[in-house]
Design a protein. Structure first.
Length: 76
């Protein structure tokens, strides 16, 4: 089991926003992003994987802070 990690709330919000930004940018030019990812991490990790991972992590962190998802809208 891992120990809990604490973030300042403002920092956590910035992390969510950054992850959402990465997810959005990964949609803009998937061919170029796929090529860059292949150079950095090798074959098999593509823009769609990056977008999915970034969105999943943003949503998880936002939900842990009490928001509905990475949109940072209030959970009702």
């Amino acid at each position: 089991m891992t120990a809990p990690v604490c973030f300042d709330a403002a920092d956590a919000v910035e992390i969510v926003e950054l992850l959402c930004f990465v997810a959005d940018v990964s949609k803009t030019d998937p061919v170029s992003i796929d090529a860059a990812l292949e150079r950095f991490v090798g074959d098999g990790y593509e823009a769609t994987d990056l977008r999915s991972d970034a969105r999943r992590l943003a949503d998880s962190l936002a939900q842990a802070m009490g928001f509905a998802d990475g949109s940072l809208e209030s959970a009702r």
